[in-house]
Design a protein around this ligand. Structure first.
Ligand code: PGA
Length: 247
């Protein structure tokens, strides 16, 4: 695993954007696995700036997002489709027809999940998967469980995740209880993984994920088995790894 310690959020965002831009420069028609959440926003802003300056182009890039709330249409301002459009896709030269987010409104959830995995397979898998991490160690919406998920699936969100995401909704009751999420297989089969993390509140889960046992109780711990992980974080988030002597 490559660990890049950055002094603060802005430096972390710039560093993460560099890794993504390098992937797109190396393979202009690459498949990017993308993530929502507050952490990647700065990296998306940086990428949009570089694209607008002509330093990188996304015209042949395809993207697959990790997850989507069940029951929210893409026009809902808390849907992850809306997040991706407003935080990245509206500001870069990507063809939106080449951007994929699970359909949270699908009536047949199982068919939607199966089709999502088939599409990723048809693309030849993901070249670079961007990940955030939840306080409970979730990646995508793969929550702590007694086994690792495999394919894209519909999950019940944990109370911790509902609490964490309630800040984006008018009240906690409005937070959807279910989500569609890419499973561990597509994530682990990605050729490269880039995790971004910021803030002291993530230090303990980062320590558990990368220094503790590999267990579905800490979903991100599966990344210890991935051969090509880059972890980009600010000093506060990586403090636990420093104590363990990893950085
Ligand atoms: P955050 O979310 O970036 O808003 O902390 C990360 C996640 O839950 O995956």
């Amino acid at each position: 695993m490559r660990i890049i310690v950055c002094p603060d959020y802005n430096a972390m965002s710039r560093q993460a954007a560099n890794v993504i831009a390098a992937q797109v420069i190396m393979k202009p028609d690459c498949v990017l696995g993308l993530a929502t959440g507050s952490t990647p926003v700065g990296a998306y802003q940086q990428l949009a700036k570089w694209q607008q300056q002509g330093d990188v182009t996304f015209k042949d890039v395809r993207t697959v997002n990790l997850d989507e709330y069940r029951g929210l249409p893409g026009t809902h301002d808390q849907s992850y489709r809306y997040f991706m459009n407003t935080n990245l896709f509206d500001h870069i030269d990507i063809d939106k027809a080449n951007t994929y987010v699970p359909n949270g409104m699908a009536e047949d959830v199982d068919a939607e999940c199966a089709a999502y995995d088939e599409r990723i397979q048809e693309f030849g898998g993901i070249d670079l998967q961007l990940l955030g991490i939840g306080h409970d160690g979730h990646i995508g919406f793969n929550e702590p469980a007694d086994h690792f998920s495999c394919g894209t699936n519909c999950v019940e969100l944990t109370d911790m995740t509902i609490d964490a995401n309630a800040r984006f909704f008018a009240n906690r009751d409005d937070v959807p209880r279910q989500a569609l999420t890419m499973g561990m297989q597509a994530i682990m089969q990605a050729k490269a993984v880039l995790m971004v993390v910021s803030g002291a509140d993530k230090a303990e889960i980062i320590r558990k994920s990368f220094c503790g046992p590999i267990t579905p109780e800490v979903p991100a711990s599966i990344l210890q088995l991935h051969p090509n992980v880059t972890l980009v974080g600010d000093e506060a988030a990586l403090a636990g790894l420093k104590e363990e002597g990893l950085v």
